[in-house]
Structures are given as C-alpha cells and as structure tokens.
Design a protein around this ligand. Structure first.
Ligand code: UD1
Length: 360
C-alpha cells in the first residue's frame, strides 16, 4: 500500500512521526511518501521538530505559507493536486484539524483516493473556531477514522458516520511524548531559561479568539502580569501572538516574566514536566498535561477534548484577568492528581493504526 502522509503545521509533526516510524517497520506492506504543505515554515515552527522527532525529509514541500483561510486552503489544494497525480497513493493520511488537513483531504476525496483521518471525531461544538469546521468536514469525507477517545466515536456516530469506518486507537501524540520523555528529561532547558523546577508557570497563546482582539489579549496579559506577584512565568510566544503583544506591556513585565521564541519539542516538553501549571489555548497541551499530571488552565469557553477535564488535569478559564489569577492560585495550590491517562493513551496508538491498515 502506498500511503501519502500530510503535515502542515506545528501540531501535526508529533502525530505523524510515530505513525511513519511504525509503518516503516513493514517495508513489504507499506511504501510511504511525506508531503509538507509549508503552512508553518519558520525553523522553530517546523525544522526543529523534524530533527527532534526523527521525521524523514519531506518528499514534497508545497511552500504555501501564510494567508487568509481561503488563500491558505486554496493554495494547499492547488499545489497538492499535482503531487497526488505524480505519486498515485492508495491512501492519503491526514492528522488533526489545521487548514492543510482539510485541504488535502478534500483534494484526495475528489480524486477518488481514500482518506484516513488521525484524531477524528473531536468536537467543541463551536463553529466560530476554524479548526471545528476543518474537523467536521474532514471527518465527513474520510474513509478511515482513527479516534483518541470514546466520546469522539460517539460524535461521529451522531453525525451519521458508519461505525465500520471508525477505529478507536488512542492518542498518537502521546506515543511521541512517551518515546521522547527520557531525552527531554536530559535537557538543561530550565537552566537555560533561568527557572527552577516546580517554580514557574508555562504559558502559550495563539488562538485568534484570544490574541486577535486587543481587549481580550490585554485581559489575559494583565492577568499574567498580576500572577508574576506569586509565581514565575515562562511564555514562549507564537508568531501570530508576538505581532500583537504591546511593546509597553513587554517593558512592564521585563525581568519578572520570561518571554522566549517558540521552543522545540524537547525543550517545551522539559518545561512542561516541571511546571506548577500550564496556561494555554492549545489543543495538544490539554492532552499532554493530562498525561503528565500537570494542572492545565485552558483559556477558552469550550474544548473539543472533554476527556482532559473529566479524566485529566484540564480546566476551562474565561479570558478575564481576575478569573485567570484566581484559577492560577488554585492550580498552584493543587497537589497533582495521580497519573492515570485516559484509555489507550499508552504509547502504542501508531501500532494499532498500522495494524488496521495492514488488514485493508
Ligand atoms: C495554526 C492552526 C491551528 C494550530 C496552530 C499551531 C489552522 C486554521 N490553524 O494556527 O489549529 O493550533 O497552527 O501553531 O490551520 N507564522 C509565522 N511563521 C510560521 C507560521 C506562521 O510567522 O512558521 C505567522 C504568520 O504571520 C501567520 C500567523 O503566524 O499569518 C498564523 O499562522 P497560521 O498558520 O495562519 O495559523 P496559526 O495561528 O499558526
């Protein structure tokens, strides 16, 4: 079977790496092609992840870059179609919910090539999030849907997707975490950033709903500034966010809050392990903190990953400074919950995916 994998943006790499590594063990069964759409292109949003996760050099790089949703999605579609024609895959495998995921799934489906979606069935119910549109549409046109939790299976059933197409395999992102945790623990990231273990809060923010509206972003930033009175903060800043943080705020927090460039996979994992808490609007971090048993405050009104709340360490917090400060005080005072990851988040999800494909 000739399988074409698509990566485009930062959260994709750690999901594709374990699947490709597992399938590479069976060269008689699988031939693999890797396409990078170039949705993310900076060294620290892309190259460093390839190196650390051991991903092969992409066979095709589409170089689509940034733009509006329509521009980005359209550019991926236009440049991806000739790649499909050239490589003639038997299956296109997409992961997650970024624009590249939907764009490539759509091109493949229209050309009659079966699509497999890894991390299918997650739903926030919030159509104002671009990712929710990408999730719903990708799942509708996929032939094989690999899910991370049983509520995803239930969401797909409700949307009329035949259960035979759906395979509950667990969480491939946790496969990467399990494999690379020992390497992360050997890193001197804390010393380099200038913090001590269990003495800082780790922050990431990049959702349009939080960072594109100046008033909302300011509420969150001011909450973080107030929190520096009782904890240290490390904030690796996403390129979307860095353009929007006011210089005056940066000057005010200088010395009491560490702002860094986006970090690679290993450095970020190292910081997550010993954080007092994580404040984020990312999807993946809600899952990684649940696995690690680190309290997570998700600055969003909803989540497509409710299992991280019901079984994990996640909690939703409104984008208001007082709410954020109060939640942080609580989270820091909280002793860690015992580490009992959700079902099948065990580092073996890629094996299950390869096993399903092996029978197709
Ligand atoms: C995208 C995904 C989001 C994912 C996030 C992780 C969609 C709709 N969104 O959002 O689901 O959580 O990636 O990071 O697909 N930029 C750079 N260098 C880069 C990439 C982006 O400078 O390598 C800047 C550009 O100014 C760009 C902005 O960041 O306009 C946003 O990038 P984009 O890919 O549009 O969306 P993200 O916010 O990164």
């Amino acid at each position: 079977m000739r399988v074409l994998h698509v990566v485009g943006a930062r959260p994709n790499y750690m999901k594709v790496a374990p699947v490709m590594a597992e399938m590479a063990k069976y060269p008689d069964l699988f031939q693999q092609i890797l396409v990078h759409t170039g949705q993310h292109y900076d060294v620290n949003m892309s190259d460093v992840f390839f190196e650390e996760l051991g991903l092969p050099t992409p066979d095709e790089y589409l170089g689509v870059g940034s733009g509006t949703h329509a521009e980005q999605t359209a550019r991926v579609m236009l440049t991806f179609e000739p790649v499909l024609v050239r490589h003639k895959p038997d299956l296109v495998m997409v992961v997650g919910d970024v624009n590249s995921t939907l764009a490539c799934a759509l091109v493949a489906a229209k050309r009659g090539i079966p699509v497999a979606h890894v991390e299918a069935g997650l739903r926030s119910g919030d159509r104002s999030m671009p990712e929710e549109i990408n999730r719903v549409l990708t799942d509708q046109i996929s032939d094989l849907l690999f899910t991370t939790c049983s509520d995803a299976d239930e969401n797909l059933r409700r949307e009329g997707i035949t259960p035979e197409k759906v395979h509950f395999v667990g969480n491939v992102m946790i496969d990467s975490l399990v494999r690379l945790l020992p390497a992360a623990l050997r890193r001197d990231t804390l010393a380099r950033v200038g913090v001590e273990a269990r003495n800082y809060v780790l922050v990431t923010l990049h959702r349009p709903a939080n960072v594109d509206t100046p008033d909302t972003l300011f509420e969150i930033l001011e909450g973080l500034r107030e929190a520096t009175q009782f904890c240290r903060i490390v904030f690796p800043v996403h390129p979307r966010t860095v353009q929007r943080i006011p210089e005056a705020w940066k000057a005010k927090v200088n010395g009491c809050l560490v702002l860094t460039e986006p970090l690679g996979y290993l450095d970020f994992l190292r910081l997550m392990v010993d954080a007092l808490a994580v404040v984020t609007d990312s999807g993946g971090l809600q899952e990684e903190t649940t696995y690690l048993g680190v309290p997570c405050l998700t600055v969003r009104p909803n989540t497509e990953r409710p299992v991280t709340i019901t079984e994990g360490t996640n909690r939703l917090v409104p984008a208001r400074r007082d709410a954020l400060v109060a939640a942080l005080k609580d989270a820091i005072g909280d002793c860690r919950r015992p580490k009992r990851p959700p079902e099948l988040w065990d580092g073996k999800s890629a094996k299950r995916i390869a096993a399903v494909l092996g029978t197709c």
